[in-house]
Ligand binder design. Structure first.
Ligand code: DON
Length: 310
């Protein structure tokens, strides 16, 4: 196929996936962060970015929403870049927890979180980001997420305020880690920076590029900028393969076969290493906290393009 007909085929396939999956109406919008409960349940966008820098999209792929847990792999990448794999693994395990994203999945003996994709582990990874204070750490996080996306991202102040007002479970997780000497920072600073990173907004189209950057060895395929070193990108993808979909990670790997990460606002990314970043956005979630249409769309994209890694 020529370049142009390949592009046409991808665009057509994505439009078909969007139409097919768009009819699904199951799922509940998240409510424990009150501002997120106001999301429009009909929004649905799908996007892909190739590691050659070509971009494709269908539906509401230009609507911005807060990243929530989809921020976690990118902040983990920054922690790895700042501290190195050895130092990070002294604080964070990389084992699937088999539990919900907000569970108390802390090692009994050491208090260390099971992995950086559950909330406890993500708060720990945020605390590992270099910076003299919380403001500098947040700005470095915002800057690296922007480099992954290839454009300047900002925070949704209303979602941040809503999350900060209702985030006691995350504070409790941070206190438990702190009490076990397993939090590499102060509770208030670490949790506040984590709330801010979760409230950074991006579109499905941005997320496809962010995912493609991970799949392209850490180089943003659209801007050409190296965002993280290749071993960092590889480490992040490995953790996503085993821990990215929480309690549904095993089933996801069997059915879809790609490293992936979801968030409670309805965003989801998957990475086909060396080929594509794929992203979807649709607010209604299944009982494990993953977007119903997002999961279905990515499953369909993986199957149509033969992306399953195994
Ligand atoms: O900390 C929280 O609960 C949210 N800011 C993010 C959780 C999330 O997205 C889990 N993903 N499915």
């Amino acid at each position: 196929m020529t370049g142009r007909s390949t592009a046409g085929a991808v665009t057509r396939a994505l439009a078909e996936v969007h139409a097919e999956v768009g009819v699904l109406s199951a799922g509940e919008i998240v409510s424990y962060i009150p501002r997120l409960a106001l999301a429009d349940p009909t929004l649905f966008g799908v996007a892909m970015a190739s590691t050659e820098g070509h971009r494709y999209q269908a539906g509401d792929a230009d609507v911005a929403f807060t990243l929530q847990s989809v921020s976690k792999p990118f902040v983990y990448a920054l922690a790895l870049a700042d501290r190195g794999v050895d130092e990070v693994s002294r604080w964070l395990r990389t084992e699937p927890s088999g539990e919900a994203f907000n569970a108390i999945s802390l090692d009994r003996a050491t208090g260390r979180p099971a992995n950086p994709m559950i909330n406890a582990g993500a708060i720990c990874a945020t605390a590992l980001v270099a910076g003299d204070d919380a403001a500098e750490r947040y700005e470095r996080i915002r800057a690296v997420l922007s480099a992954f996306a290839g454009r300047d991202l900002d925070i949704d102040p209303e979602v941040y305020a809503s999350e900060a007002a209702t985030g006691d479970r995350n504070r409790a997780l941070a206190y438990l880690m702190k009490a076990a000497d397993a939090l590499p920072g102060e509770v208030d600073d670490s949790v506040d920076t984590y709330f801010r990173q979760c409230s950074i907004r991006a579109t499905a189209s941005d997320l496809a590029v962010m995912a493609a950057t991970l799949g392209n060895g850490g180089v943003n395929p659209v801007t050409g900028v190296r965002v993280v070193a290749e071993p960092v990108a590889v480490a992040v993808l490995s953790v996503l393969a085993t821990c990215g979909m929480y309690d549904a990670s095993g089933d996801w790997l069997v059915r879809v076969g790609l490293p992936a990460k979801s968030g409670v606002s309805g965003g989801i990314i998957a990475v086909s290493p060396g080929r594509f970043g794929v992203a979807a956005f649709s607010p209604p979630l299944d009982t494990t906290g993953n977007s119903v249409r997002g999961v279905a769309a990515l499953r369909e994209v993986s199957s149509r393009f033969g992306l399953h890694l195994m």
